[in-house]
Write a protein that binds this ligand. Structure first.
Ligand SMILES: *[C@@H]1O[C@H](CO)[C@@H](O)[C@H](O)[C@H]1NC(C)=O
Ligand SMILES: *[C@@H]1O[C@H](CO)[C@@H](O)[C@H](O)[C@H]1NC(C)=O
Ligand SMILES: *[C@@H]1O[C@H](CO)[C@@H](O)[C@H](O)[C@H]1NC(C)=O
Length: 391
């Protein structure tokens, strides 16, 4: 609540300033147009943005603001907004559209991130604008590059991202790593269902992250929670199309990976490949624990509930552990008859799995649903289709 309130206050302040013509004289606002940005969607505005950023970042006023005005489209090549800034909080107000060059325009640039915020604390970024990765050329080459984030935040504290539309990223739409205390709200993230690897939000090595009141429909995970993450809450998120909300994959390359305290509540999944999934690789170590999924609605989801400790196949034992996972108040429909799949490894199994008040029926009339479980331990009450958990 406090966060919404502070963002609201900031919006009011900024609106007041611009409507009173305060912009020009206030050393608090840095409008990219004043730094030479053209905003016709053709001219490269990267240098103008970087100049405005550099000045804003040096400002010591209350909350210096970088203004990206409405009714303009700014073409940006891959660029890094480097922190730390002098002020404890900085505001990037995005009212206009930001577009990436088509793939040919990336020649000579690192294919690592498009818009990269590095080491910026207290960053508030939001508005009614749109960030368009123009990713369609990239989707045909999805196996030829590993990582590319349209919007990437690394080493951040207190990030607030709100209100924006994020569309057609080259790969992941938004990624954070090594961040703490982050709120994403009222985001709208969209890419076609068949666009490969276009995750909505990717979280790695971060904690105290809240994602709320957002719509995410892409070609891959709506939210992916990767190693080193803890205290992640996802509330009131509408997901679909896409691959659902994923914890993992953990333990790739035999690594020690951990995720804990993940809480997903009041979310819905429509036409997704998975609903709520925990996946760990064979051969890796580490754990996924203290995870809860509550008040979830599924509409024609392929695999509504999955734990997969055999991700990517293989018959070897897997030292990853999955424990303390609660599913409560999950309902809706499944395309596959197997609506619940708890595939836990031979060695560790999954422990303390609690399932309560679950009712998943088939989206195909006349078909029944069933559950599969292997080495899953815990207890269940009022679960349809019934699941067999060992004590
Ligand atoms: C995250 O979820 C947990 C469990 O529901 C709750 O106790 C905690 O207050 C939530 N935190 C935030 C920041 O919403
Ligand atoms: C789910 O369960 C079956 C067993 O019926 C298993 O063979 C399958 O690979 C499991 N995993 C997924 C991700 O569907
Ligand atoms: C499960 O949901 C179906 C469809 O909404 C409903 O007909 C059925 O009575 C429910 N079963 C239980 C046990 O609540």
């Amino acid at each position: 609540m406090q966060d919404i309130f502070s963002i609201f206050l900031i919006l009011c302040l900024v609106t007041l300033r611009s409507s009173s013509g305060f912009d020009k004289i206030s050393s608090n606002s840095f409008n990219v147009l004043d730094y030479g940005a053209v905003g016709n969607g053709q001219t490269d505005d990267s240098q103008a943005f970087l100049r405005a950023w550099t000045d804003m970042c040096k400002a010591t006023t209350d909350i210096p603001t970088l203004i990206i005005p409405s009714r303009k489209t700014f073409l940006l090549h891959p660029l890094t907004f480097q922190g730390p800034c002098k002020a404890t909080s900085v505001y990037v107000q995005v009212k206009g559209h930001i577009v990436a060059p088509r793939m040919a325009g990336w020649t000579g640039y690192d294919k690592y991130a498009w818009i990269y915020f590095s080491n910026v604390n207290g960053l508030i970024m939001g508005g009614s604008g749109k960030i368009d990765g123009q990713g369609s050329d990239w989707w045909r080459l999805s196996c030829k590059f590993d990582e590319l984030d349209a919007l990437y935040f690394s080493k951040c504290n207190g990030l607030r991202l709100f209100g924006l539309r994020h569309v057609n990223s080259q790969r992941n739409h938004i990624s954070i790593s090594n961040c703490n205390d982050v709120i994403f709200s009222h985001l709208n993230i969209m890419a076609p269902q068949d666009s490969p690897n276009t995750d909505g939000i990717d979280i790695a090595s971060s904690s105290h992250i809240l994602i709320k009141n957002s719509y995410i429909g892409t070609g891959d995970d709506c939210v992916a929670i990767n190693s080193g993450s803890s205290y992640i809450n996802i509330t009131s998120v509408t997901c679909g199309p896409g691959h659902g909300i994923s914890v993992g994959s953990l333990g790739g390359n035999g690594d020690h990976h951990t995720v804990e305290e993940v809480h997903v509540e009041k979310c819905s999944f429509t036409g997704t490949m998975n609903g709520v999934r925990i996946k760990t690789w064979q051969g890796g170590s580490g754990y996924a624990k203290k995870i809860s999924f509550k008040q979830i609605n599924f509409v024609a989801v392929n695999n509504p509930i999955i734990i997969d400790q055999f991700y990517c196949g293989g018959a070897h034992n897997c030292p990853n552990s999955v424990s303390d996972v609660t599913y409560s108040g999950l309902q809706g429909t499944s395309i596959k008859q197997q609506a619940i799949n708890l595939s836990c490894s031979q060695s560790n199994g999954c422990t303390n799995i609690v399932m309560d008040q679950i009712n998943i029926t088939s989206s195909v009339s006349g078909k029944e649903t069933y559950s599969y479980s292997f080495n899953a331990h815990g207890r269940s009450t009022a679960v349809t289709p019934p699941v067999n958990l060992q004590s």
